[in-house]
Design a binder for this molecule. Sequence first.
Ligand SMILES: Nc1ncnc2c1ncn2[C@@H]1O[C@H](COP(=O)(O)OP(=O)(O)OP(=O)(O)O)[C@@H](O)[C@H]1O
Length: 220
Amino acid sequence: MLSFENVGLRYGSGSEILSDLAFSITPRSFQFLTGPSGAGKTTLLKLVLMSLKPTRGRISLFGKDTQTLDKDSVTDIRRRIGVVFQDFRLLEHLNLYENVALPLRVIGREETSYRAEVLELLRWVGLDERIASRPSVLSGGEKQRAAIARALIVRPELLLADEPTGNLDPTLARRLLRLFVELHKSGTSVVIATHDLALMEQYESARRLVLADGRLHVFE
Ligand SMILES: Nc1ncnc2c1ncn2[C@@H]1O[C@H](COP(=O)(O)OP(=O)(O)OP(=O)(O)O)[C@@H](O)[C@H]1O
């Protein structure tokens, strides 16, 4: 569903941050993307999301070469990907229910057709008591779970999460990992960018994509 062939990326006229990346992500797979701070994890996720273009090489998503996509196809492909950003990106003027429902509103779904789905997902991430709260009154962990629910509401085929357990206590981090594993078992491919070693140790059989010095090493 995703493949990189000899991908390189530099910002402006600087040196290459990522060099000769070559890897694939298959349907129903689970992987950690790891490496030291500044290694390029977020940059790699941005390449997948097509918010950055590779300086060289080829990226294919769902069988399409991302370089040749028109605007509508980019939008269609992005809809198949759920993203949990490091800074959550919840909208402050909307309550939790409205934040999670937003991606469905954007694609023109009627509220009656999705209300139950949104409530069910909020229950799944343990936020059913907070549906009327605004993001500003939530804890970091609650915001993180809300961001996950919003990423999942469109039933993505691929979920990308950037440091989803950053700033969480170990118990909550474990709980979140269980949510991701459950999601993976239900058929979604999951990529979790993290440098949380303790988190990765909880799921030792997961594939690891390790970025170091601009190169990617894959451990199956
Ligand atoms: N817009 C940008 N312009 C120039 N350099 C950038 C830009 N964004 C990131 N970088 C540089 O690219 C490198 C990789 O950054 P990136 O954020 O992808 O790393 P990361 O592995 O996600 O780090 P962290 O774990 O700290 O979030 C860093 O050296 C960073 O300073």
